[in-house]
Every structure is written in structure tokens, then in C-alpha cells.
Design a protein around this ligand. Structure first.
Ligand code: HEM
Length: 422
């Protein structure tokens, strides 16, 4: 009997085998089609929500989700890792390179509180631009005027702070060779004429105050203690706008955030952040961006929320519905990396600050910003002071959006032209 005949003859539960095989194939084909269609739908909806800070947010997707790392908490064995040398920033020039236009807000209808971490390329650790001299002057003035209220290093974090300074003295001349020169004892800033000898002991100045004057970022150092918590033990917080180093110095990460009523911190952020910090490797730096609206033009300290020296500061003191000219867009680009020798985690905070009336000229920006602000829940709205500016700001953004649409803005193209965080 040929195989063909055998196939014709065989049957199962009264059905010929041939029909059974046909049904089986049809069934599998249908299942594949359903799964394919479902995945396509999912990716399309995700596309319209423009969610783009995915993988690193869920530590469990990349790492094993147990709390306890393999090493003992608070003990760091120096790692052999060395940051790859940075290549010079192509075409960068201190006079003409403009600030990078980060626009890290996403369309509603719902706003999700997430860590929003993404990987960082080593070359891009520190960003400098033609606003450098203003930042430098503001920082210098703040250090002189406010002294140790805005910078400091606990003895426990001194080695980490010096390692950070050494790292900057290596990185900056590599990345911005037209502005920095490495010397045998430190670094020269050819723009300001400052020469730093970082080999003296004790250092003539606090290392965080020196480090912060080399760049436009504010800086913080988090050190792990044997309880597995990360403490803010060194910092130069000079242009932070809304918070003061003196309020948070020495605090563990969770208290830094809960004392500031960061929305949904306990429910959505705390556990992921703890895991992230404990597991962060020197070779895996990350970035995140955020944004705020500010209703005055002071980069260093937003006096609308109260004097920097008052006991408590809050949005309650801010005037409501100021004219649109007083609305500023404030956005931080933060990086996190663990330094290989000391094991401390360095947190850099670079603030970008522009009038709302300027960013609203950019295609898609007014429409998307208005949608993002409308999507904030009550907690986020309270935290970001929305009731003080929403009426004026949203009316303005809606109007600018309408003008852009009338002038032919192609809404279908946005996805292609602007990817998060732009
Ligand atoms: C994975 C790392 C971190 C995440 C995901 C995170 C998340 C957040 C979020 C969501 C906020 C609310 C404002 C915003 O949207 O950015 C916030 C505020 C803040 N974070 Fe973090 N943060 C991280 C690391 C740090 C570190 C290392 C410090 C150390 C100085 C810090 C200090 C603060 C402060 C001072 C505020 C303002 C709190 C206030 O309003 O009083 N954060 N953080």
C-alpha cells in the first residue's frame, strides 16, 4: 500500500486523517493570523502614545528582580572598568553651538509616572553649549553668595567626589578639546582662563564646587551604606530652581523624594529605583529627562515659589495667571553612572531653560505640550503648580497650535520627525 493510500485510509474518531490534518493546518493558520493582528494593533497604539522610555524602566526586564545584589551592601570592590575615551564633539563651538532642544513631553490622554531611564552613550555624558558663560557666572556668584548651603562633600564621599573631578578632567579635554586642556596636575579652561590643580591635598576648594564650575550641570553624589540605601553625601546644587541642597543633604533617596511629595513615588518609583541603584554597573550609564513650567525668569532659583531662604517653599505663594511672557519651560537632562573606583553613583542635572513663547514656535511643540499638561493627574498637577498657569498657558498653546495647523502642519509626520525626548 502506498503512503498516499495509507493516508486516505487512516481515520481518527470516524474522521479521515486527511480532513484532520487539513483542520489542524487551518486552525494553526488562523491562530497565527490572530496573534499577528494583535501584535500589530499593540505596536500601533504604542506608537501613537509615543512611549519611548521602555526597557530600563522595568529592572526585571533586564535584570534579575531579587532585591539583594551579589555583593555586600555598602562595600565596593574597585572595578577594572575604564570609560572609553570620548571623541571630540563634531562641529562643536562654544560661540555657536546652541542648547539641545529637549522637549520630553508626550501626548495624553493619560500621563504615566515612570522612571523614564534610557541608556547613555559615553561620548554624551556632559553637554556644553553657547550658554556656558551665563551658567558659569551664575554658579560662581551662587558659590560666593550662598556658600555651603549649595555645595558640600561629606568625608565619607570625599574619595568619590575626587574621582568625579578626575573623571571630568579626563573627559572634558577629550570631548571639548577647543575649550579644555588636560595638564599634568588637572585641567585648564581656556575660555575662562581658570587653571585647576586637583593633585593638592587637601584640595584648596571643595571638589564638588570645582567640578560644578567646569560644566553647566548641577551635581550630586549618592553613596551606598551597609543598609543598602543610597545617601546624598556630596553635591553642588547651584541652578536647581525648585529645591535646596541644604534641605536634602544626608538624606536617603526615598526621603529625598517623599519629602518633596514626588507624585506616586511610593507606588510607582521607589522599588524600581532601589533595585536600579543597587544594581547599577560602572559600564551602564543612563539618562532621563523631565520638564516643568516656571513663572519667572530666574534659572538659579524660581522666586515665585518663595524666597530661597524662607523655611518652606511652595507653589501656593506663586501669583496666578501671569502674562505668557513670564512663562518659562524648564527641562532637566539627568545622567546617572557609577564610578568604578569608589563605587559612588554620580547624578548630573543639566537644566535647559527657555521662554515658552520661544519653544511654542517649533512645529508640533505647542500642541503636544498642551496635550501633555492636560494629561497630568491631580497629583502631578499639584506638584507642578498647574493651577497657577494653566489658564493662560493652555489658551496660548492652543492658539499657537491652531496657527501651525492652519499654516499646513502635517500632524501625520510628527512621529517620523520628532522622537522622544525631542
Ligand atoms: C533613577 C533615578 C531617579 C528617578 C527615576 C527620579 C525620579 C524623580 C521624579 C519623577 C521626580 C519628580 C520630578 C520629575 O519629574 O523629575 C523627582 C524629583 C526629585 N528628585 Fe529624583 N529621581 C532619581 C534620582 C534622583 C537622585 C539621585 C537625586 C539626588 C539628589 C534626586 C533628587 C530629586 C529631587 C531633589 C527632586 C525634587 C523633589 C522636590 O520637589 O522636593 N533624584 N525625582
Amino acid at each position: 500500500m502506498t503512503i498516499h493510500l495509507l493516508f486516505e485510509e487512516l481515520s481518527f474518531a470516524g474522521l479521515p486523517l486527511r480532513d484532520l490534518v487539513k483542520s489542524f493546518i487551518m486552525f494553526n493558520l488562523c491562530a497565527c493570523l490572530i496573534v499577528f493582528a494583535w501584535q500589530k494593533c499593540k505596536s500601533l497604539t504604542q506608537g501613537t502614545q509615543r512611549s519611548s522610555t521602555p526597557d530600563l524602566d522595568k529592572p526585571s526586564s533586564r535584570r534579575n528582580d531579587r532585591d539583594k545584589p551579589a555583593r555586600e551592601w555598602g562595600v565596593w570592590k574597585p572595578s577594572a572598568f575604564k570609560r572609553p575615551p570620548a571623541s571630540p564633539y563634531p562641529g562643536w563651538d562654544i560661540q555657536s553651538s546652541k542648547p539641545i532642544p529637549y522637549r520630553p513631553f508626550q501626548y495624553g490622554p493619560k500621563h504615566f509616572v515612570t522612571m523614564g531611564l534610557r541608556s547613555m552613550k559615553w561620548d554624551e555624558w556632559i553637554e556644553l553649549d553657547n550658554h556656558y558663560l551665563k551658567y558659569h557666572a551664575d554658579k560662581k556668584r551662587r558659590i560666593e553668595e550662598r556658600g555651603e548651603k549649595c555645595f558640600g562633600t561629606a568625608p565619607e564621599a570625599m574619595d568619590g567626589a575626587i574621582e568625579l573631578l578626575e573623571e571630568l578632567c579626563e573627559y572634558l579635554p577629550e570631548r571639548y578639546p577647543t575649550m579644555f586642556q588636560k595638564t599634568t596636575t588637572g585641567i585648564t579652561n581656556t575660555l575662562t582662563g581658570e587653571i585647576f590643580d586637583i593633585t593638592q591635598r587637601p584640595l584648596p576648594e571643595d571638589p564638588m564646587a570645582i567640578a560644578a564650575r567646569l560644566i553647566q550641570d548641577d551635581l550630586a553624589i549618592m553613596a551606598e551604606r551597609p543598609d543598602g540605601e543610597y545617601y546624598l553625601l556630596a553635591g553642588a546644587i547651584l541652578l536647581s530652581g525648585f529645591w535646596r541642597l541644604s534641605d536634602k543633604f544626608g538624606m536617603p533617596l526615598s526621603e529625598i523624594h517623599t519629602s518633596g511629595n514626588v507624585p506616586q513615588f511610593r507606588e510607582k518609583l521607589e522599588r524600581g529605583m532601589m533595585n536600579f541603584f543597587r544594581r547599577l554597573k560602572p559600564e551602564e550609564p543612563v539618562l532621563r529627562n523631565n520638564y516643568f513650567i516656571q513663572v519667572d525668569d530666574d534659572l538659579a532659583w524660581s522666586h515665585s515659589i518663595g524666597s530661597e531662604d524662607s523655611e518652606a517653599v511652595s507653589w501656593n505663594t506663586a501669583a496666578k495667571n501671569k502674562a505668557i511672557e513670564h512663562h518659562y519651560f524648564r527641562s532637566e537632562r539627568q545622567s546617572l553612572r557609577r564610578l568604578p573606583r569608589s563605587g559612588v553613583v554620580v547624578f548630573t542635572i543639566r537644566t535647559y531653560f527657555e521662554p515658552v513663547t520661544e519653544i511654542a514656535k517649533e512645529p508640533y511643540v505647542p500642541g503636544r505640550l498642551a496635550s501633555a499638561i492636560r494629561s497630568w493627574g491631580d497629583d502631578v498637577s499639584r506638584y507642578k503648580g498647574k493651577e497657577k498657569y494653566a489658564d493662560v498657558l493652555l489658551e496660548y498653546l492652543d492658539q499657537k497650535h491652531e496657527e501651525q495647523v492652519k499654516a499646513g502642519l502635517d500632524l501625520e509626520k510628527e512621529e517620523e520627525l520628532r522622537k522622544y525626548p525631542f
